[in-house]
Design a protein around this ligand. Structure first.
Ligand code: ARG
Length: 566
């Protein structure tokens, strides 16, 4: 349900019947509970245009606002704001209506878009690191969210599988032989280090590595086979992480850097033809307006760069995939790069005017000391180990709570542990850096996944305790129910905001509000105690059930699971 747009229609009608000309009516959330549920603050602007007293316009306008349905009452406040209260009967009817809806009242976007979401993008030469973890988690949520709202989403995993380091790596792979390679490739970081040692100590090996770079590029079969098996092994590591995370990325979503290799010469040709690039110091360069530092698109030795590949990818996504919106979920530190390639792609007509290009940047994951997240000896943290540790820690924190069987405990710990890592990442505004803290992310209190999962489990336990079918309407009886029902109906407005701004934390903050409000409601309105009128009891049970459904759906979009018992 789109509450704001419904309210704005009512206000537009009132403006019309009061003979006041206005274009778009924007409804805001009330800033304080005493100001009602919503506010219309557009009168001030109208007053300026009409050269009239704002309070007078507001007083006149409220006379024309329909208060027989959705709206219970309106009030003029301050110099000319209009405060709006929703009607309890209307609220009750609307929440009752979505009790049996598996989309819990969320509709589809009116004009579905074709959206490319570029996320994860690990480099095959090295272990996937925390930066890729963030991209994977945020990107997957964005893709799921847009898909849920009805967009046609194309996931793209732009893996780094091309470049000079692969010559060295496959030469070393060959040297190790099949068996040695399988064991060695278990630890990519180590494999890279060992290969580098060989490269530095043996000139013959180094020559071979260089020769192999050229051979991969020219399509030599032997080298390509070696290269492919290396990529398969490396991608396999990433897939283990995707699997543990429950992320929806498959091999079909991989459009690696190598995929664009055959298109790079064409990119340069286009740029030259329209004189967007020039040769400077032997390299092919694009000088963007106002910048003295060029974007290099081809080196003097003919080699291409990260930017060249991204230009080819932009063109492919716009022209072949026919995307209307392209989202890059990549570290904020690549902001400059994306600004540049977006500008060049548009100027060169590789991407149409109307295609939205967005860099969905995110900050760095820090340790407690405020330093980028590393192992104690300064190495890269293996993500698979991090996720396993999350499950172990989750087990510790839930083990004492209830009698669980070993299997049950394992399952709950996985759901809680993985959920905690994901939620911690999604719940901060994405552009900020954030401090990784096990204690904080595995807490039962505060804005954590466990808080939500626990509330969900508690609701399920309340529902289980009631014998009989829960059948009946939700009747709003007090202020806590009014607020809870209202929040539940705001789910769609929340999701559309999160989708437009690409901000998963809009969803987590919302869920936090829902659960907090549920606790307030439950504290004042006991459900299972004796002596409660059956109709009231059923209504409260239904409201609890709907709250559970919204928590479940919200977490599901964030890629987080729930359990019936914690
Ligand atoms: N492989 C890149 C990195 O690790 C990320 C790729 C992001 N996507 C892109 N189209 N550039 O930094």
């Amino acid at each position: 349900m789109k509450i704001k747009s419904q309210l704005s229609n009512i206000i537009s009608d009132a403006l019309k019947s009061a003979n006041i000309k206005a274009d778009d009516v924007v409804i805001s959330d009330a800033t304080k509970p005493e100001f009602g549920d919503y506010q219309f603050n557009g009168v001030m602007k109208l007053a300026k245009i009409l050269k009239q007293n704002p309070r007078q316009i507001a007083t006149n306008l409220v006379e024309h606002i329909d208060t027989t349905g959705m709206i219970a009452k309106v009030e003029v406040a301050g110099p000319g704001f209009i405060n709006i209260w929703l009607n309890n009967e209307w609220l009750g009817k609307e929440v009752t209506a979505i009790l049996t809806d598996d989309r819990v009242g969320v509709g589809y976007v009116q004009k579905p878009k074709k959206v490319v979401v570029d996320y994860s993008g690990p480099n095959m030469a090295k272990q996937m690191h925390v930066g890729h973890l963030r991209s994977t988690i945020i990107g997957d949520t964005l893709a799921t969210l847009l898909e849920f709202l009805g967009d046609d989403v194309i996931r793209q995993n732009h893996i780094g599988d091309w470049g000079t380091q692969f010559g060295m790596l496959i030469a070393y792979l060959e040297e190790q032989g099949a068996d040695g390679a399988t064991t060695e490739l278990k630890d990519l970081e180590q494999f890279y280090k060992d290969a580098k040692v060989r490269f530095d100590e043996s000139p013959e090996f180094a020559d071979k590595a260089r020769e192999y770079v050229v051979k991969i590029q020219s399509g030599d079969e032997h080298c390509l086979t070696l290269w492919q098996s290396f990529i398969d092994a490396s991608l396999g590591h990433c897939e283990e992480v995707y699997d543990k995370l429950g992320v929806n990325l498959t091999r079909d979503d991989v459009r690696a850097e190598s995929f664009y290799n055959p298109k790079l010469a064409e990119v340069i040709k286009t740029l030259k033809e329209i004189n967007l690039s020039t040769v400077s110091d032997g390299a092919e360069c694009v000088f963007l307006d106002g910048s003295e530092v060029p974007v290099i698109v081809q080196k003097g030795d003919g080699g291409y760069l990260y930017a060249t590949t991204d230009l080819a990818a932009l063109e492919y996504r716009a022209k072949e995939l026919k995307a209307d919106r392209i989202c890059y979920v990549v570290d904020a530190r690549q902001g400059q790069h994306f600004k540049q390639v977006f500008t060049i792609a548009k100027q060169a007509g590789m991407v149409g005017e109307n295609v939205a290009l967005e860099h969905i940047g995110f900050g760095t994951m820090m340790d407690k000391g405020g330093k980028p997240f590393k192992t104690r000896d300064g190495g890269v943290i293996k993500l698979i180990d991090l996720l396993d540790e999350a499950v172990v820690k989750a087990k510790e924190s839930i083990k004492e709570r209830d009698a669980h069987s070993e299997d049950e405990l394992e399952n709950i710990a996985t759901v809680v542990g993985i959920g905690a890592v994901k939620y911690a990442d999604l719940s901060i505004s994405r552009e900020s850096n954030y401090i990784f803290s096990w204690d904080k992310m595995l807490s039962f209190e505060g804005n954590t996944s466990l808080y939500m999962q626990y509330a969900y489990a508690r609701i399920q336990s309340i529902l289980r305790k009631y014998d009989g079918e829960i059948e009946g309407d939700i009747i709003i009886g007090d202020e806590t129910e009014h607020r809870l029902a209202h929040l539940l109906l705001k789910f769609e407005d929340t999701l559309s905001k999160a989708a437009t701004d690409a901000t998963p934390h809009t969803i987590t903050s919302y869920l936090y509000d829902v659960v907090t409000q549920f606790m307030k409601f439950y504290e004042l309105n006991p459900i299972l105690k004796g002596g409660i009128d059956e109709e009231v009891k059923v209504s409260r049970l239904q409201l609890a059930k709907l709250t559970g459904a919204v928590i479940n759906k919200g977490l599901d979009i964030l890629g987080i699971k729930v359990v019936d018992k914690i």
